[in-house]
Ligand binder design. Structure first.
Ligand code: PLP
Length: 385
């Protein structure tokens, strides 16, 4: 019944973990869920209020514009200027997206012919690879190794692969490793993309989720990046808006236009009332973002203290709400996450779910209160893992 592209999909990891969790909860275990990367805090009130007003206005009830409401794109471009120092034309270099997942999944359709190569990091957000495969492309895996600070080694990409490559996905600050990238790395990416005619898509979903004074750069801060790439910005994690489905792409106008052509044939744009709420989020005081980050920093410190106490060596990440920890000796990532769930009542995501190079690691999402995280840590200490 199903097409090959569906039949060849691996089981969706989070669905599998959810089923295992449901079974344990049914046994009466008080499960602490540090699995899915979905903020537990509500969307800031001023954003919710803005949506309520907007949804009452019948002008928002019709089909939205394909490229997105101009005012939203303008707010996005202004935000880019203020927070990243990049100059973006809202008319031609900005595109509203129904979440960056939508963008990632559809962009390969604009640039990949069957058999073309896309360069995909591993471990990574699974949609880069699957979006490529849905478009008939061939993923070439770029391993993210701890010894390289979880950055891909561009020199390790064979020449014939680079020649066939049309697209490269990157994501820093990174899910799942929480690694960050500096401008020097982005410069290397621009050189590589120019030499090999590769479209770069930088998924910057976590650029505002930063700690200890760290500021995540934009890929577009580098000279020449506007010639080769685009950047995806999501409101999901920054403003606790995962359910709203709102993101935007900025960068090279031809790439933006290609992505827009695909989208206009598939969806009919993001609900205007949601874009109006997005304008409020992007244009108001960013104090709510700082407050959210303070909460995550406290949770990060609580979990790290516990993990270090049980002998798992993890350094405090400068960004993202993930802790990427090596699993203890004697376990693989699936085995350790199974043990955590069944014997300790903790959900964490096995690294191998993000690709083969995630083996040997486990990802904790900081989506529970400090109290619950301390409880998780106490349970782990009691078992002397
Ligand atoms: C959460 C996440 C997204 C999804 O963002 P949406 O805008 O909600 O679709 C995209 N990329 C990465 C790396 C993520 O972790």
């Amino acid at each position: 019944m199903y097409a090959d592209r569906i039949n060849s999909l691996p089981p969706y990891l989070f669905a599998t973990i959810d089923a295992a969790k449901t079974k344990i909860v049914a046994k009466g275990v008080d499960v602490i869920d540090l699995g899915v990367g979905d903020p537990d805090q509500p969307t800031p009130v001023h954003v919710v209020e803005s949506m309520c007003d907007a949804v009452r206005d019948p002008k928002t009830h019709s089909y939205p514009s394909y490229t997105g409401m101009f005012e939203f794109r303008e707010a996005a471009a202004n935000w880019c200027k203020t927070s990243k120092g990049i100059d973006i034309d809202p008319a031609s270099e900005t595109l509203t997206m129904i979440g960056s997942k939508e963008g990632v999944a559809h962009i390969p359709l604009a640039f990949i012919n069957p058999g073309d190569v896309a360069l995909i990091p591993d471990p990574a957000y699974p949609v880069y690879k699957i979006g490529t495969q849905f478009a008939g492309g061939v993923p070439h895996i770029m391993p993210l190794l701890e010894e390289n600070n979880f950055l891909p080694d561009l020199d390790a990409i064979p020449g014939d692969v680079a020649a066939k490559a049309k697209l490269m996905f990157l994501n820093y600050p990174n899910n799942p490793t929480s690694a960050t990238a500096g401008l020097k790395f982005f410069e290397e990416v621009v050189d590589f993309a120019r030499e090999n005619d590769v479209v770069v898509v930088h998924d910057n979903a976590y650029c505002e989720m930063v700690f200890d004074g760290y500021k995540a750069p934009s890929f577009l801060n580098v000279d020449g990046a506007m010639d080769v790439g685009i950047e995806l910005y999501s409101l999901s994690k920054t403003y606790n808006m995962t359910g709203w489905r709102l993101a935007f792409a900025v960068g090279n106008r031809d790439i933006i236009s290609g992505a827009g052509k695909v989208k206009s044939n598939i969806d009919s744009g993001a609900f205007d009332a949601i874009q109006i709420a997005g304008i409020t989020a992007l244009s108001s005081s960013q104090q709510c973002v700082a407050d959210i980050n303070t909460i995550y920093a406290g949770r990060r410190d609580a979990l790290l203290k516990g993990l270090n106490a049980i002998g798992l060596d993890v350094k405090p990440p400068k960004a993202t709400f993930y802790i990427w920890a090596p699993v203890p000796a004697g376990y693989d990532s699936m085995g350790f996450s199974k043990f955590l769930l069944e014997d300790v009542g903790i959900v964490a995501t096995p690294g191998v779910g993000f690709g083969d190079y995630g083996e040997g690691y486990i990802r904790f999402a900081l989506t529970q209160s400090v109290g619950r995280i301390n409880e998780a840590v106490e349970r782990m200490e009691k078992l002397k893992i």
